[in-house]
Design a protein around this ligand. Sequence first.
Ligand code: ADP
Length: 403
Amino acid sequence: MKILVINAGSSSLKYQLIDMEDESIHAIGLCERIGIDGHIKHKPLVNGKPVFEADLSMPTHAEAIEAVLDKLVSPEYGVVSSMSEISAVGHRVLHGGIEFAKSVFIDKACMDAIERCIPLGPLHNPANIMGIEACRKVMGDKVPMVAVFDTAFHMTMPAKACTYAIPYEYTEKDNLRRYGFHGTSHRFVSENARRMLGKLDDPNSKIIVCHLGNGSSLSAVKGGKCVDTSMGLSPLVGLPMGTRCGDIDPTVLQFIMNKYSMTMDEVMTMMNKKSGVLGVSGVSSDFRDLGKAAEEGNERAQLALDMFHYWVAKVVGSYAAAMNGVDGIAFTGGIGENGCDSRAAICEYLGYLGVKIDEEANKNRGKEMFISTEDSKVKVMVIPTNEELVIARDTQAIVNAMK
Ligand code: ADP
């Protein structure tokens, strides 16, 4: 079974075609500047065909999907001989609200529920809906489609972890609560961590996943179920990130809005796009640039890095407390998988938990491995995430179950 995995943003659309026989990726690509002008990059991975990259008019997501399918079946750049070889489509959807605790077959009721979640995910859900509707339009209604939600894995959080301490009517009436994101990644990585530790089915296993990328979040996973996570109603909070501010006293917003006559939207844009390690350092949101600048003596770049490492360690400590212990800590995401210096700096804080890092092992990057020593009380792992594979697996399972 070949499955097309779609991750639609407001002006971009990423895709992978995955063959579930051996879970290999047959093609990967990206449409950008949808609704502006349009650009596609398509890369076949199995048959030695060349990469296709060009500007292409894409007024809406429908033209982007058309371009993707056109390239997937093209004799020159394609990886399938006809569209009928694509058995199903799996869509990443950002916010499932309280409606979705797992992946679901997309039907009218599902679309209505994704729509109901728009107030909770106003930036992403409309784009996800456009991606689904574009696929329907171009592929027809015979091809089954599945929605996989970023929030779903975190729906097992107990009320004490996900309730905001505001008047309870907002929790009850408006579903304002901590949801958490990167759920597909936290699920994949925590499962692999349990497997690596020989604790896959242990109901008392305690894993902390550190997903560290442009957006970063941590989760505490006990017996395979998420019990806490650092992002909230939106992906803005928790750790300071590439450009997002993370946890902040709301009074800071009031102060800035009053003093600089800024609107709420302007302040939100500042906190989403101009803050985090970029805002603190004034250098970059990219950790490689920050490392280089810090080495050259840039103190604010060093401060941004120090803040980030401190925050990760602080949240790890709080999750060890929440779970009354921790068996394994797993690093993933661009920084978690590749940032050896960041991993070392974070683990420096964790000696009190019995964490000991194997410095040689920690020099590796981008592959699944232990980076703690044999006698480390808590095992530390690097586990490359693969959200697209989870989406494809869920899609296959749901489609097969319907046969
Ligand atoms: P996204 O959240 O957009 O998926 P990624 O998971 O791809 O982001 O992570 C991007 C981050 O990973 C960037 O800050 C980048 O600097 C960092 N990164 C990538 N490679 C390295 C590396 N070799 N060393 C340190 N950081 C790295």
